[in-house]
Design a binder for this molecule. Structure first.
Ligand code: C2E
Ligand code: MG
Ligand code: MG
Ligand code: MG
Length: 282
């Protein structure tokens, strides 16, 4: 009996593992068609200056709507695309499309594009970025590239050189999801970043958890002392916004300011908020 139970449990575990593996390989297969069949699109999410409330930046966030599987989250398919090598084609599509879309926005609004580790480490990155800027007549100072700490944990080879060449082009580099990786502080001494984006996990309980508040306060001060700008991700309440503003956080991103939107709706948002964003509500 015990043996039978054990076998059942094993079989149950095995088949759920199967389901995950099957979904994964299905996604990998379908992803190959996604670019060609125009299933991918980009949503733009505004970042505002905490003091003036002017829109200063927009983050490009990839969306995939599959004809039968429906909407698939980038949190699910980006890691798969990274491992399968498909991130190269997808990532260059996002970069070119985002630069093209942003070129017609006011000069005061930057475009932020996420880079996966693999993309960042690819020798094709620099020419890709240069071409995207040149072909769309986008000044480099309007482009921001977001990388995460996981990149810095992977390797040290070539990172300093790549960061330096990108900086030389005149664009800005942001460290995304700051605080969720390891030994962030040594990275800050070793590499040059223009901006820190404080991860939303520190923001969500900012008003109720004094530890989160202490960390956020320290990161803002650290960024300022190291002459980096600082943005908070995932700001959803007026209380969080006000606190961050008082603590000296430069830029605010989150549902309170605006959700990620398709291009046409984002451009309407820009027109509606061309002087500054007055209505804040998640
Ligand atoms: P991320 O770069 O940290 O982007 C911020 C994520 O937080 C986005 O999730 C955004 O929709 C979400 N967010 C923004 N404001 C709020 C808020 O107030 N509350 C909550 N709960 N969430 C908020 P999304 O769009 O699902 O993207 C997830 C992640 O997928 C991104 O995290 C990024 O790491 C990755 N990703 C998205 N697009 C790309 C891309 O084009 N290339 C690469 N390599 N990665 C991408
Ligand atoms: Mg990001
Ligand atoms: Mg982030
Ligand atoms: Mg995040």
């Amino acid at each position: 009996r015990a043996k039978a139970d054990g076998r059942n449990r094993y079989r149950f575990f095995d088949s759920s593992l199967d389901a995950a593996a099957r979904r994964r390989s299905l996604i990998e297969q379908e992803l190959a068609l996604a670019v060609a069949e125009e299933q991918l699109s980009i949503n733009y999410q505004p970042l505002i200056d905490a003091q003036s409330r002017k829109v200063v930046c927009a983050e490009a966030l990839l969306r995939w709507t599959h004809p039968t599987l429906g909407v698939i989250s980038p949190a699910e398919f980006i890691p798969i695309a990274e491992e399968s090598g498909q991130i190269g084609a997808i990532g260059s599509w996002v970069l070119r499309q985002a630069c093209k879309d942003a070129a017609s926005w006011p000069d005061s609004i930057r475009i932020a594009v996420n880079l996966s580790s693999r993309q960042f480490l690819s020798p094709g990155l620099l020419p890709l970025v240069e071409t995207a800027l040149r072909q769309n007549d986008l000044p480099a100072h309007r482009l921001e590239l977001e990388v995460t700490e996981s990149l810095l944990m992977e390797t040290t080879i070539g990172i300093e050189e790549t960061l330096a060449s990108l900086s030389r082009l005149g664009l800005r580099i942001a460290l995304d999801d700051f605080g969720t990786g390891f030994s962030s502080l040594s990275y800050l001494r070793r590499y040059h970043f223009d901006k820190l984006k404080i991860d939303q996990s520190f923001i969500s309980d900012l008003e109720t958890n004094s530890d989160s508040r202490a960390i956020v306060e320290a990161v803002i001060k650290l960024a300022r002392d190291l002459r980096m700008s600082v943005a908070a991700e995932g700001v959803e309440t007026n209380g969080q916004f006000e606190l961050l503003r008082q603590l000296g956080c430069g830029e605010i991103q989150g549902y309170l300011v605006g959700r990620p939107k398709p291009l046409d709706r984002f451009e309407q948002y820009l027109r509606d908020n061309s002087t500054s964003v007055q209505r804040l509500s998640a």
